[in-house]
Write a protein that binds this ligand. Sequence first.
Ligand SMILES: *Cc1c(COP(=O)(O)O)cnc(C)c1O
Length: 419
Amino acid sequence: MTDFVYRNGRLHAEGVDLTRIAESVGTPVYVYAAGGIERRYREYADALAGTDAMVCYAMKANDNQAVLSLLRNLGAGADTVSEGEIRRALAAGFDPKKIVYSGVGKSADEMGFALSAGIGEFNVESDHEVDLLADVARQMGKRAKIAVRINPDVDPKTHAKITTGKKGNKFGIDFDQAMGVFKRAAAHPSLEPVGVASHIGSQITNLDPYRAAFSRMVDLVKALRAEGIAISVLDVGGGLGVGYTGEDPPSVADYVAVARDAAAEAGCKLVLEPGRRIVAEAGVLLTRVLFVKEGSAKTFVIVDGAMNDLIRPTLYEAHHPIVPITEPKPGTAKRRVDVVGPICESGDFFAKERELGPVGAGDILAITHAGAYGAVMASSYNARRLTPEVLVRGQQFSVVRPRPSYDELIGRDRVPDWV
Ligand SMILES: *Cc1c(COP(=O)(O)O)cnc(C)c1O
């Protein structure tokens, strides 16, 4: 965790003391380090120097307009999964040609919007989608560039809820059906099949599943060429993991080398769609301890953040490190505690049976590695206001999404006059 370090006993994001942010913005609050996001994007860009490649940041990991703007400034493209995400990418100034539109369920309206925006590539995932996109494009007098997302049937050895490239997952087209779908697409004058795509899952910490998937993709590219379908793009998806529990995932350079080799063998331009790897470690969720409740069997640290702010622990059994923002003295005894939120659900926890130094009411904790799939999944369950977000660069910080007021929260509803 290099973006957040203790200085003079206080945890800092770059040059900013997190205590200052917690006090001025309130808790819970997400804090992102701009330099960390940029550094991780550059790891990809540097590893790809000299390669015909495009890094399309998978913005479902963190879609804040300020985060998007940082990456757009560095030349990134965007991998999107909805009209809303395409609109966010356009609003952040992304070049439409660098927008890839992925996802297993696109509506005709969304397709039409994407076509009118002039996005670069549709990643299609079924024969029905091929036909629908062909219809929508024909009616608009447009020609859509498509990549077909295949399901290479490899096990990425990650959590079941983020495994996406094995037989039986809803994603992609079974490998043995792919040729038929490409031929069907090639027969539509309004479609231009240009690529083979895959995305086998998320939080992958070993390169072997990638090697297996990419080699199947390369085989398919060659088979398609033999059938006269000229494929020029290999879109390898995202999924590279981060060290939530101190595990040591492959370096970006090693991962990119595997992808680059595959693209070279296929004679294709390379498209990558990293999400988590770029933003996860550049974010923390700050939360304040409300009470420490000593049960007979357990000690509960009850904090003001909750599952509505960060759902990953309960959704994926995800482990997030938790540290106090005031540095514990060396050798301080730790206790085994559950860190839980105020929501009326047993699933509302950040950590169970976690060794934590002494904490008391009012202390602030940083839940680390929270920059990806954190704020984007927040909700206002229990009529809690959506979590605000702060971006830090050097000595300065800005609120990049304010906490809504209670009036905004309540004022969204309408009570019919017949009630
Ligand atoms: C979610 C997703 C990604 C990004 O996955 P990460 O694990 O965050 O890198 C890339 N491509 C597609 C199609 C996705 O659905």
